[in-house]
Design a protein around this ligand. Structure first.
Ligand code: CA
Length: 225
C-alpha cells in the first residue's frame, strides 16, 4: 500500500512516514501543495494524508482538484483547524476523514487502516478470463494447471488484474511494485511481464498481457500473447 503525505512541516511529515513504514506501508512525502497535487494525479496512491495550510496549493483546493480530476483516492485531512465549519469545508472538498492536530499517533493509524479497509471488500482472489490469482498464496491458476509467482511477479499481476482492461503504464508499475525510491527501470518491468506471459501460457490461461505503445499494459481474454 502506497501512501502520499502532503504536509509542509517536515518533521511531522517525516515522523508520519516513519510510523507508516513501521506498519509496512510505502510512503512519499510532499512538502508543498503543488508538488503534492502532481504526485496525487499519478493515481498510484492508495491513500492521501493531506494538511490544509500548505504553500503552493492549500489542502482544500488540492482535494477539490483531485476529485475534479476523477480520482477517488481516500483523503485523510490533517489540520490545526478544528472548527466545525472547517471540518465541513474539508469534507465538502472531497476529504473522507478529518483529523485535527494535535492528534494521537494511534488515532492516525486507526484512521489510515479504516480508510484503507473502505477501498473495497476484502477479496481472497482476483479473476480475469479463465485465470485466478490467489492473493494469500500467490498462486496463479486455471482449471487445468497452476503456478506459483515470485514476489515481484505477484505484485505486477495483482496490479494488472485489479486494472483489468484499463492500461497501466510502466511508470505506474515501477512506483506501485518497486516504490519511488528504487533504482528499478522500465526494462525491469518488461522482464517481469515476459516471465508472466510465459507462466500464463504454461497454465493454459486465456489471458493476454497486451502492450500498448506509450500507454503500458492491459489484460485481454484472447489467449496467450
Ligand atoms: Ca501546514
Amino acid at each position: 500500500m502506497n501512501i502520499l503525505i502532503v504536509e509542509d512541516e517536515h518533521r511531522l511529515a517525516d515522523s508520519i512516514a516513519q510510523l507508516l513504514h513501521e506498519e509496512g506501508f510505502s510512503t512519499q512525502a510532499a512538502y508543498d501543495g503543488l508538488v503534492g497535487y502532481q504526485y496525487a494525479l499519478s493515481g498510484v496512491y492508495d491513500l492521501i494524508i493531506l494538511d490544509i495550510m500548505l504553500p503552493g496549493k492549500d489542502g482544500l483546493s488540492l482535494a477539490k482538484a483531485v476529485r475534479a480530476a476523477g480520482l477517488g483516492t481516500p483523503i485523510l485531512m490533517l489540520t490545526a483547524r478544528s472548527a466545525v465549519t472547517d471540518r465541513i469545508a474539508g469534507l465538502n472538498a472531497g476529504a473522507d476523514y478529518y483529523l485535527p492536530k494535535p492528534f494521537d499517533i494511534r488515532e492516525l493509524l486507526a484512521c489510515v487502516h479504516t480508510l484503507l479497509r473502505r477501498i473495497g471488500p476484502q477479496v481472497n482472489d482476483l479473476r480475469f478470463g479463465n485465470t485466478t490469482l490467489d492473493l494469500a498464496t500467490g498462486i496463479l491458476c486455471t482449471k487445468q494447471d497452476s503456478v506459483r509467482l515470485s514476489a515481484k511477479e505477484f505484485d505486477i499481476m495483482r496490479v494488472l488484474m485489479e486494472s483489468g482492461a484499463c492500461n497501466v503504464s510502466k511508470g505506474q508499475l515501477l512506483v506501485k511494485v518497486w516504490g519511488y525510491d528504487s533504482n528499478a527501470e522500465e526494462n525491469h518491468v518488461e522482464v517481469y511481464i515476459s516471465f508472466l506471459r510465459k507462466k500464463l501460457a504454461c497454465i493454459g490461461s486465456d489471458v493476454c498481457i497486451r502492450t500498448i505503445r506509450r500507454l503500458g499494459y492491459h489484460l485481454e481474454v484472447s489467449g496467450p500473447c
